[in-house]
Ligand binder design. Sequence first.
Ligand code: ADP
Ligand code: MG
Length: 233
Amino acid sequence: MSTALNLINVSLEYPDGSSTLKALDAVSLSVNRGEFLSLVGPSGSGKSSLLAVAATLVKPTAGLVIINGQDVSALSEAERTSLRRDNVGVIFQQPNLLPALTAVEQLLIREHLRGKRIRAEREKAMELLDVVGLSGSAHKRPHQMSGGQRQRANIARALMGKPAVLLVDEPTAALDHERSESIVRLLRQVTDEFHTATVMVTHDTEFLPLTDSVATMRDGRISRALVPSAQPN
Ligand code: ADP
Ligand code: MG
């Protein structure tokens, strides 16, 4: 099985008055393609920091971040941007869709900026909207969609670059129970279908059985366990 995301002894420190705050304290974690990992832990324990480092958006103070076999610290800024673009999908709690664009345009804007041929990309975007259950809403703008639909559009957008790694920060925090469950089920489905190494920060412990494993953060440190009801892999 191939490891898409590998963190080795990663630490991240922030200045905190006269001392430093360890947001991440020697965190090691590897996630394989097709694996769906839940990341839980109290507020302030470092979950979002871990995602930011894994997304190559923040450089760790120490340790290695390896994405699809590439050591991120060895890369230039431009190389890191392109590694991120080609390998990492990020989904935050707030979908951050552009108000003026339709669902399908949300998916195409980035490809458009990359100068890709839009016709093939448009087909891919429509297929992804179908996967996330939005085929009937391709031409709706964010204000015409429900919160759940906006999060689905957000997920489809994150999949446009065919990422090996999918990083998801509290995707259901703004949704009711039923919509939350369907979003987590959708993330399970896309993990299986696109073989992403998916890391989801969540507070909804009842959805943990839909994932393969659980890592818990506390004061910047991580510990990991299999979900009891899940098949070991
Ligand atoms: P979580 O997502 O688990 O709530 P975070 O990763 O957001 O935790 O934060 C971990 C710790 O790092 C917290 O103490 C937080 O205050 C601190 N922190 C996060 N981002 C910054 C930042 N940009 N500057 C300074 N401290 C930060
Ligand atoms: Mg957070």
